[in-house]
Design a protein around this ligand. Sequence first.
Ligand SMILES: C[S@@+](CC[C@H](N)C(=O)[O-])C[C@H]1O[C@@H](n2cnc3c(N)ncnc32)[C@H](O)[C@@H]1O
Length: 295
Amino acid sequence: MVEKQITWLQTEYTVNEVLNVAVAKFKAAGVAQPINDARILLGHSLNKPNERFYGREEDLIKSEHLDDFSSKILRRCKREPVSKIIGVKEFWSLELLVSPYVLDPRPDSETLIEAARKQFSDKNRLLNILDLGTGSGCLLLAALQEWPHSYGLGIDIDSRCIEIAKKNAKRNELNHRVKFQTGNWASNLDEKFDIILCNPPYIPTNEIAKLDEEVRLYEPELALNGGPTGLDCYTELASQFSNSLSADGLIFLEIGSDQKKPILGIMKSNNLELIKIEKDLAQIDRCLILSHKHC
Ligand SMILES: C[S@@+](CC[C@H](N)C(=O)[O-])C[C@H]1O[C@@H](n2cnc3c(N)ncnc32)[C@H](O)[C@@H]1O
């Protein structure tokens, strides 16, 4: 049972005492990284977002400055992710805004950018890049940072994601090279792209209930739910990939664990062929690199 409020009885506390209160509550609530989370949230509460208080554990904090920390502690005890509480998440060295409507960018998805970097090693290339299901804009903005002469289009069905993605472009000074628009995948596009990035929803519907509370309760269902088998979006996307990919272009497609075989089957039956599979840091097959089938 999560408390409704935290009472600070003394007029001031050391940083260490304050962190210990948070850590004890996080441990009781089953939070995975209690110490790390407590330090981040305290920094944000005291308007010092980069401060982690190492070597400053004996500094004093007046209890009148602890209200915001109390509310952040209680939110985290309800298993709201730190990123959603502080409103930002790092991806590929970009600091991105997040909200309840966008999926938190994840390190696994960086596999797509790493894979694209290996395939398009010339940083001076002028590439036309499409990101389908852009969410926070993380994949597209990371790619635009990698190829500074390139342009990109990001599409999401949820206009609230598009709003965040536009803000993220501006925040990272990439807004002059990117357009974000609402849409149903690539269904209304005539243009061809050298790179297509895509991380669609791929969790089978009946597995969503088994996910960590941080994901199940706080990530948008639209970003997770891949239908009964998890493969619905791949089926929808396959024919659209073929239409939007330039003759020599490549698709970088994120997949869930154990989905490689059926997804390859779907792509092959839409005249796309596998170039390579890249693994994520946990050595799980994570990114399919696909091209048009070459006869
Ligand atoms: C797994 S999230 C990926 C977000 C982001 N690209 C990332 O890698 O963190 C999938 C995204 O696809 C979007 N989406 C779902 N169905 C869509 C559709 N039919 N057309 C366009 N976007 C869609 C969701 O709103 C969500 O933002």
